[in-house]
Design a protein around this ligand. Structure first.
Ligand SMILES: *Cc1c(COP(=O)(O)O)cnc(C)c1O
Length: 388
């Protein structure tokens, strides 16, 4: 086994090229560091990429979720369903608006929100308190949103697709058509994050996509203090200096500096995605017949491979063993309902057995476009040597 010991291998890493750097420098030399033209250019390119009509660039992924909860009218007493196997932000956004989160269990084969579990919860909701569903394209695997849309319509719920892991991912619908994550066909709103471990890095950053014009216009105002951005919609005045705050909003803008970086990254995002899919194939091939593997991400059409996950026994020991070889594997995620904050709200161990069992065994292996063949081979061989 080749020794790469003095080089750390993280589970994810951004890829910044000279072209990206030049794009940022250009903005730094320009008149507008924020609220310039680059934001809209990035939004248009992003909407075009995912196939949605509208896109709203926002300061980070969590802020996109917060604005979505406001735009969809979440208020105290409302309930919203999501998966426990996600980053806590997917659930927290409902709490920001005083709503209640109901975690539904996952399907152990896909690691995604189990639609049958969601249906059961909706059927038991005789008081009709549940207003929405937040499915997550976890690890980069696209949720079957066509099925979720049918269910949501049956119970009069909205859908926010948390696509933070799945830029470029898709599922195949009942007509055999590719439906790209965030294309707005089934979900009311979809969200993306540009945190450096995700597919596109802007430092901090996020994007909302939608096909709903009313929601789009509302989000544009909410992002900038609730100040009406459409001059023709002003109520009291039409002077050039005049601006009008019509509701309580925030400063959740993305800067032009970040937008330039995101726009530049988006241009070669498909290359990165192809590389991730290649790495996934190599992992799958290496582990497919190994008895120590209890489950793995596998090779699934449309998977965007933000993460490559395997399930093993002795996960904690393997994690430590890899760490000793400078391989920084990660665990995604500690189930949200087991966080002290959500335990205080009444959740406890045993509530969601599939998610909890998954958490005992899962480990995310290094997965990013610049991972070299040599590094991936070292990761695979180190795992093999642990189980020998
Ligand atoms: C990263 C992430 C978020 C939050 O995005 P930030 O940009 O870090 O605020 C939300 N949901 C999921 C599934 C994520 O992975």
């Amino acid at each position: 086994m080749k020794n790469l010991k003095n080089k750390t291998i993280p589970y994810g890493r951004q890829n910044i090229t000279d072209e990206d750097i030049n794009a940022v420098v250009e903005i730094l030399k320009s008149d507008y560091l924020t609220q310039g033209l680059k934001i809209q250019e990035f939004e248009n390119a992003f909407a075009n990429y995912v196939g949605s009509q509208y896109a709203v660039a926002v300061s980070n992924g969590t802020a996109t979720l917060h604005l979505n909860s406001i735009a969809l009218g979440v208020k105290p007493g409302d309930k919203v369903i999501t998966t426990p196997i996600t980053f806590v932000a997917s659930a927290n956004c409902v709490r920001y608006c005083g709503g209640e989160i109901i975690f539904a269990d996952i399907d152990p084969k896909t690691y995604l929100l189990d639609i049958n579990a969601v249906r059961k919860i909706l059927e038991a909701d005789t008081k009709k308190e549940i207003k929405g569903i937040i499915p997550v394209d976890f690890a980069g695997r696209a949720v079957d949103l066509e099925a979720f849309r049918q269910l949501a319509d049956e119970f009069d719920c909205w859908i926010i697709e948390d696509s933070c892991h799945s830029r470029g991912g898709f599922f195949i619908d009942s007509q055999g058509e590719k439906q790209h994550c965030g294309n707005g066909k089934f979900a009311d709103l979809a969200i993306f994050s540009f945190h450096p471990v995700k597919h596109i890095a802007t430092g901090e950053g996020g994007m909302i996509t939608t096909n709903n014009e009313d929601l789009y216009k509302h989000l544009i105002n909410l992002r900038t203090h609730g100040i009406q951005q459409d001059f023709s919609k002003r109520i009291f005045d039409d002077s050039l200096w005049y601006y009008e705050m019509q509701e309580l909003g925030y400063n959740y803008r993305l800067t032009d500096i970040q937008s330039a970086l995101g726009y530049s990254q988006l241009k070669r995002a498909d290359q990165g995605l192809a590389k991730r899919r290649e790495l996934a194939k190599t992992y799958q091939k290496a582990f497919i017949n190994k008895t120590y593997i209890k489950g793995q991400s596998g090779v699934v059409e449309g998977h965007a491979y933000h993460l490559y996950i395997i399930e093993v026994e002795k996960r904690k020991e393997l994690h430590k063993y890899l760490r000793d070889q400078n391989i920084f594997a990660q665990i995604h995620y500690i189930p949200c309902h087991l966080m002290p904050y959500y335990r205080d709200l009444g959740w406890s161990e045993g509530d969601l057995p599939m998610a909890e069992n998954y958490y005992k065994h899962c480990i995310s292996l290094p997965m990013f476009p610049t991972l070299t063949t040599e590094e991936q081979t070292f990761v695979i061989e180190t795992i093999e040597s642990f189980f020998k």
